[in-house]
Design a binder for this molecule. Structure first.
Ligand code: CA
Length: 231
């Protein structure tokens, strides 16, 4: 059974989310604060597939919680709930390692769809790959079994979303990829959000794989279009 951690201090909202998740067949752990969430994470040895984190929380906020969770796990799926529609909030959340975000008020069915999509991706983290699971592109190796990227033999931890973007690049070397195609390939055809989520993830990937992220040599920008992989 897939396990979800739901962190939200407003009881009514948290209860609605948890109820809907349980009806959809998930096991749910609820926390009203980041501190409580960390207790749950530390005392739990089974692990969670996904976490839903509200940003505005009493005490430690959702951004810090997200960072803390990411330090321990590159693979858990993270969706941020933002009360403010300001772009900076969303970008912040994604820059520190969230996979997706939703702005309140949101539709519960849309949240359910996103949780489902994210869990599917996370579940691919332990795939039963047949044959060779290592893809090579220049100095980079993408190990599909361990979901780790290597650059000159050095491992680089990627989130599931980042890993899938790299898979797309490896499959399309030297080809200019329009942002909508990347969005569709990684987030799925029914994604409701906008393509800026692609740019944020690309920025994060560059921080991880480029020697000079401001002067990228591998993930090149194709102005007004998208990105091109250059091994
Ligand atoms: Ca809140």
């Amino acid at each position: 059974m897939r396990r979800i951690l739901c962190v939200e201090d407003e009881d009514a909202i948290r209860e609605v989310i948890a109820l809907n998740l349980r009806m959809a067949g998930y096991e749910v752990a609820e926390a009203g604060s980041a501190e409580r969430a960390l207790e749950l994470l530390n005392s739990d040895n089974t692990g969670f597939d996904c976490a839903i984190l509200d940003i505005m929380l009493p005490g430690m906020n959702g951004f810090s919680l997200c960072e803390s969770i990411r330090r321990d796990s590159a693979t858990i799926g993270i969706i941020m709930l933002s009360a403010k529609a300001q772009e900076s909030d969303k970008i912040n959340g994604l820059a520190i390692g969230a996979d997706d975000y939703m702005t309140k008020p949101f539709s519960v069915s849309e949240l359910m769809a996103r949780v489902e999509a994210l869990c599917r991706r996370v579940n691919r983290a332990a795939p039963e790959h047949q044959g060779d699971s290592r893809l090579v592109s220049g100095a980079f190796i993408l190990d599909q079994k361990s979901r780790i990227l290597y650059k000159n033999g050095e491992p680089i931890d990627l989130t599931q979303v980042e890993f899938q973007i790299m898979e797309l690049f490896f499959a399309n070397p030297g080809i200019a990829m329009v942002r909508d195609k990347i969005l569709e390939g990684v987030w799925g055809e029914n994604y409701f959000g906008d393509v800026k989520i692609v740019d944020v993830n690309i920025r994060r990937l560059r921080m991880k794989i480029e020697d000079e992220p401001s002067n990228p040599q591998h993930i090149l920008t194709v102005w007004g279009y998208g990105y091109r992989w250059n091994a």
